[in-house]
Design a protein around this ligand. Structure first.
Ligand code: PLP
Length: 478
């Protein structure tokens, strides 16, 4: 074997570098929770500057990978910082950093049993456990896939398979399928429907109320209108936590509607379905067990690295109808329902054994850690909302139901531009990370409280920081 390959596979080198990397990561984790003034959440650089840096880096001769890893960390947004309150990316539980290393080492294929003997088995155990937690009966089952977007697409394919045989027959002339979905649903639903060939006509967006929940009182009207236009409605989709505002739709009402018209009921619970772990917040997902399919991201509120998504089916056998296909080189029995051959149900062939991360959390910390996380973060959302309401400089966009809170700084003039500028200054400074969203055509600041170590004090400082930025903008205009 060539010298380079020999060296590259050296177990001793790996041991030495591995110890050093663990030191580096442990130091990062230890420092992430401190209140040091110098702590940056994000070392903001313009894309062109970033590109130039890495283009030059790429030309350098091979060096110690530890120096490279440190450099990558220093130049990346750091989601474990207490002042990271931006998108719904979780500060991964440290134990999952270790299980990820094991996952990368074993590099299981998962599509066929022998390439994922443990992984396929853990997927069955974990998804059926989650299904029970959501309130489904013994018939429910599922599998793990790479992300909520792929999970939602797969669920909609199942809905289509239940309604029509387009998988084999293709679309017939003039056939127009459609789905009913909240106008606040994540864009991946729209994308999934377009991938399935539904086009703009097939995505029927139902307006939301003042809490950004789907207006269930309009469902019948929108459905009848679609029917009168010759559309075949195949599914209605509910959100258990919308992305922008964390709003929970009235799942019972949607379930009643879907039963009345015998439509597939899918729930995008990527963010908010884990409320099932908390007796205090479980009421938010009342009716979830009436859905035909549910997506739950382990990598959001369940603290695992991205991507890891559970796709649960009320009737486990529905999952085998999605991708009916022959793959002789993988499975000898093409038409049987074999939970242990992962590729039969999943879009993916080679697939990461990401289930190991959530399984490891259950085994080492127990289910309690999920209850605590939900209750801490959802509670913090309520606290932050109260702080905003108590501060006359700010306006709360709505009463939050979970850990996603939208608000804006109030002043004379164009509030959208002002808040966009504030957000830009906060980002560039790097001490906090907040994001923005558009609600009713206006720009708002948005926080997702994902780190249970973020304190009220941090949030007070965030509001102060925003006020300072606003003052500097107003002063620069004078
Ligand atoms: C409600 C909801 N659904 C789906 C998605 C997409 O999930 P993923 O990023 O895992 O593909 C998101 C992502 O933020 C989301 O918030």
């Amino acid at each position: 074997m060539d010298n380079t390959l020999n060296q590259a596979y050296s177990a001793e080198e790996f041991r030495r570098q591995g110890h050093e990397l663990i030191e580096l990561l442990a130091n990062y984790l230890a420092e992430a929770t401190t209140d040091k003034e110098s702590v940056q959440v994000t070392p903001w650089q313009e894309p062109a500057q970033q590109l130039a840096y890495w283009q030059e880096d790429f030309t350098k001769p091979a060096t110690n990978p530890l120096a490279l890893f440190q450099d990558v960390m220093d130049k990346s947004i750091q989601v474990h910082r207490k002042r990271y309150v931006g998108h719904q990316t979780t500060p991964t539980l440290p134990i999952t950093i270790l299980s990820s290393a094991l996952m990368a080492t074993l590099n299981q294929g998962m599509g066929v049993y022998e390439m994922g003997m443990v992984g396929n088995t853990l997927e069955k155990i974990m998804t059926e456990y989650l299904a029970q937690k959501l309130g489904f009966d013994q018939e429910a089952s599922g599998f793990v896939t790479s992300g909520g977007s792929l999970g939602n697409l797969t669920a909609l394919l199942a809905a289509r398979a239940a309604a029509t045989d387009i998988w084999n027959a293709g679309y017939k002339d003039g056939q127009q399928l459609a789905v009913l979905v909240s106008e606040e649903a994540h864009y991946c639903i729209d994308r999934a429907a377009r991938i399935m060939g539904l086009g703009s006509e097939g995505i029927i967006k139902v307006p939301v109320n003042e809490k950004f929940q789907l207006r269930t009182d309009l469902l019948e009207q929108y459905y009848q209108q679609a029917i009168s236009q010759g559309k075949q409605v195949i599914a209605v989709i509910g959100c258990a936590g919308t992305t922008s505002t964390g709003s929970y739709d009235d799942l019972e009402a949607i379930a009643d509607f879907s039963e009345k018209h015998q439509l597939w009921f899918h729930i995008d619970g990527a963010h908010g379905a884990p409320a099932a772990f908390s007796p205090k917040y479980r009421h938010l997902i009342k009716g979830i067990e009436r859905a035909d399919s549910v997506v739950v991201d382990y990598h959001k509120m369940m603290m695992t690295p991205s991507l890891s998504t559970a796709l649960i089916f009320k009737r486990g056998s529905d999952a085998y109808k999605i991708f009916s296909q022959r793959a002789q080189y993988l499975w000898t029995e093409q038409d049987t329902e074999e939970w242990y051959n992962g590729g039969k149900r999943s879009f993916e062939c080679t697939k990461a054994m990401s289930v190991l991360n959530v399984y490891t959390i259950f085994r080492t910390h127990g289910e309690e850690v999920f209850r605590e996380n939900i209750e801490q973060l959802y509670g913090l959302g309520t606290t932050f909302a109260s702080m905003i309401k108590a501060n006359p400089a700010f306006e709360l966009a709505y009463e939050p139901q979970c850990n996603i809170v939208c608000f804006r700084y109030k002043a004379e003039g164009d509030l959208s531009s002002l808040n966009k500028e504030i957000r830009r200054l906060v980002l560039e400074e790097g001490r906090f990370y907040v994001v923005q969203t558009i609600l009713n055509g206006q720009s708002y600041l948005r926080v997702s409280l994902m780190n249970p170590l973020t304190s009220e004090q941090d949030l007070e400082e965030l509001l102060q920081n925003i006020e300072e930025k606003a003052a500097s903008l107003v002063a620069s205009e004078i």
